[in-house]
Design a protein around this ligand. Structure first.
Ligand code: DAH
Length: 339
């Protein structure tokens, strides 16, 4: 009997060694000390022992019982401590770790230029108009005197949605939309995205920005066009800027011109940006073609107007010395952080 009790104690000790969770300890307790536990059974069978054996075995059995109880308590304390230790470890905050940097965004260079352009024209009394980027062929081409098979269509490689709907290749359709719903005097600019089916390289992007301008009223002349655009150029790039106009052709203006401005990198002396000429090409412009006015229900005998259009990207690139248009659309923070 004595050996059996010692055996039980040894087994309990072994089982406790491998117990890792609270539930396992409870199972061990039930297995040995529970109502039907092995030790409990033995204590119950004591009645059958002789009078001499009973106190001896009883003493040992009670000792083993309290040994087992204290072993289980000890094991349970160890488990609790381990658990706490692990919790503490997992919650440790290493105050020497670098913090999470809060970065502040920056304005995109195109946005900075656009804001300045808008401010200048708003100060001259222009309104800002908007038009859709998915545009009817009629507004993008037909109403601007560019019928089907006109060579000007070839110069603007177009993304067609279907036969009559395109991604606008220019902001000029906003001229038509504005004249259709507003009666002169009209004085507006319209900045926005345009699309052309060009492969991207340093000077081409399938998406870029244009700013359109339109003034229609009684008695508007080419002098108004020249004065307005010269004033814009000086406010945008500096008072010392000069402008000159070269004859050109656009289907929706007559006469048409391209405007050059003093190269603002070399101030006209000649450099690599202006290819030694001292001038840089800034925009296309002209007097609104009488047919275009007529297409919008405006009588060219009563009213006249001028229009102009330029690339926001080109101006931004010239202003900031950016030599690749793709940089404006790639969202590379190393580039964008510089502005
Ligand atoms: N829409 C023309 C283009 O994309 C630019 C332009 C030229 C607009 C002359 C005008 C203008 O309003 O009068 O090439």
């Amino acid at each position: 009997m004595k050996e059996k009790l010692e055996m039980i104690k040894a087994t309990v000790l072994e089982e406790l060694k491998i117990a890792t969770i609270k539930e396992e300890l409870e199972n061990i307790r039930v297995k040995y000390l529970g109502k039907k536990g092995e030790l409990t059974q033995i204590l119950r069978g004591m009645g059958q022992l002789s009078n001499e054996e009973r106190p001896i075995v009883g003493k040992i059995a009670n000792e083993v019982r309290s040994d087992i109880e204290s072993l289980i308590t000890k094991a349970s304390d160890i488990l609790k401590n381990n658990k706490k230790e692990m919790e503490l470890k997992s919650e440790i905050i290493d105050i020497s770790m670098p913090g999470i940097k809060q970065t502040v965004g920056k304005r995109h260079p195109l946005d900075l230029t656009l804001e300045k352009v808008n401010d200048i024209f708003l100060s001259m009394g222009f309104a800002i108009e908007e038009g859709p980027e998915v545009e009817r062929d009629y507004y993008n081409f037909e109403a601007l005197n560019i019928p089907k098979n006109h060579p000007a269509r070839g110069e603007q490689d177009t993304f067609y949605i279907n036969d009559s709907i395109v991604l606008r290749t220019q902001t000029s359709p906003v001229q038509i939309r504005t004249m259709e719903i507003q009666k002169p005097p009209i004085k507006m600019i319209s900045p926005g995205k345009v699309y052309r089916s060009d492969a991207a390289d340093a000077t081409h992007s399938p998406i870029f920005y244009q700013i359109e301008g339109l003034v229609v009223d009684k008695g508007i002349t080419f002098s108004d066009l020249k004065g307005t655009l010269a004033a814009f150029t000086q406010k945008m790039f500096g008072d010392e800027m000069e402008t000159k106009f070269r004859p050109h052709h656009f289907p929706f203006t007559e006469p048409s011109a391209e405007m050059d401005a003093t190269c603002f990198v070399c101030k006209g002396k000649g450099c690599s940006v202006c290819k030694g000429s001292g001038w840089i090409e800034l925009l296309g412009c002209g007097m609104v073609h009488p047919d275009v006015l007529r297409n919008c229900g405006i009588d060219p005998e009563v009213y006249s107007g001028f229009a102009f259009g330029f690339g926001l990207d080109r101006i931004t690139m010239l202003k900031y010395g950016i030599d690749d248009i793709r940089a404006l659309y790639e969202s590379d923070m190393r580039f964008l952080k510089q502005f």
